[in-house]
Design a protein around this ligand. Structure first.
Ligand code: SF4
Length: 329
């Protein structure tokens, strides 16, 4: 097992397959992009699936989420998914994507074994999309969502980050859009993980503000049908259900006490927390001929040293050097 000294056990593995992305979201990276990881340092498809296999077979991983950067940029994504689906016990397999290219690949990924998808969507207005992501790709994202639903990748979840003065007036219209189509919308508080280190608490739209805004138009009631467990989102029934909305209060109401997540970066580093300031290298032993058990042991040690939480609210908090785009959701 991947246990830490606070009694938490990591069973949910987030795998960043690339740090590259085809959008430039303002809360993530600068307009010019970033210096991407050198190709030789990025894990091959076989290396990724070997580490996922070790996680599932030796370390109790039961959920695998593929992220990026933008994971749809990996041409071998379907092969990685199908090799993951062939593992025993079969993990639950999900994907976090910006949706560009999903309209073309959703059915293939479903066939390969993908179970669920989360798509990032911060606005329904093309001009705001252009302003936030510096690309004109909103129709692609909306088509991707539709294709995911049609392919049966449900429940299709939508991740939204509200930014003060940019899209914070769209909470209600995004919710209406998602409810009409059966997508499950989750609002995520903006976290200090941008490559520019420009995050400001005052600019963050808080979970309470989002709840207040939505409550003006809807009756939000606690979702008694769902046990939250380690899930990041607090979910609410909208107007008595069945529609739901989630709010992920990473900063103002941290959920680290029940965290079951561990991360693998595209260059083969284990991060025991999204905000970890240290990483453990699995790529070198992997390429150096280490056995599965030796790699598993190094991974166990990495998780054992996990801190109690992200520490964002501590005066001593320091943002990790590695940006969100190279860690993944
Ligand atoms: S911030 Fe770290 S400890 Fe907290 S929930 Fe996220 S990954 Fe887990």
């Amino acid at each position: 097992m991947l246990a830490d000294s606070y009694g938490r056990i990591a069973t949910d593995m987030r795998v960043s397959l690339t740090d590259r992305c085809n959008l430039r979201c303002a809360y993530c990276m600068p307009p010019e992009g970033l210096e991407w990881l050198p190709k030789p340092e990025v894990l091959t498809g076989d290396e990724v699936t070997r580490l996922v296999r070790i996680g599932v077979e030796l370390l109790g991983i039961r959920e695998v989420r593929f992220t990026g950067g933008e994971p749809l940029l990996r041409r071998d994504l379907a092969a990685i998914v199908s090799q993951t689906a062939a593992l025993a016990p079969r993990p639950d397999i999900s994907l976090t994507t910006n949706g560009i290219g999903l309209a073309r690949t959703a059915a293939t990924l479903r066939e390969a074994g993908l179970d669920r998808v989360n798509v990032s969507l911060d606005t329904l207005r093309p001009e705001v999309f252009r302003k936030l992501a510096l690309r004109d790709r909103l129709p692609d994202v909306l088509d991707g969502l539709e294709a995911a639903a049609a392919a049966g990748l449900g429940p299709v979840k939508v991740n939204t980050v509200l930014m003060r003065g940019i899209n914070d007036d769209e909470a209600e219209s995004l919710l209406a859009y998602c409810l009409e189509r059966g997508y499950e919308l989750r609002f995520i508080e903006q976290m200090p993980l941008d490559a520019q280190h420009g995050w400001k608490r005052a600019e963050m739209v808080t979970a309470d503000e989002i709840y207040q805004q939505l409550s003006q138009a809807h009756d939000l009631s606690p979702d008694a049908e769902r046990i939250r467990g380690a899930a990041p989102a607090e979910t609410f029934l909208v107007d008595g259900g069945p529609g739901r909305v989630g709010i992920i209060a990473s900063v103002t109401r941290p959920f680290c006490g029940a965290c079951d997540r561990v991360r693998l970066t595209a260059d083969g580093q284990v991060r025991n927390c999204l905000f970890a300031r240290e990483e453990s290298d699995l790529r070198s032993p992997l390429r150096g001929g280490a056995t599965d058990e030796e790699i598993a042991e190094r991974w166990r040690v990495a998780v054992a040293g996990k801190l109690p939480g992200h520490g964002i609210n501590d005066p001593s908090f320091l943002q990790p050097d590695r940006p969100m785009s190279a860690i993944g959701g």
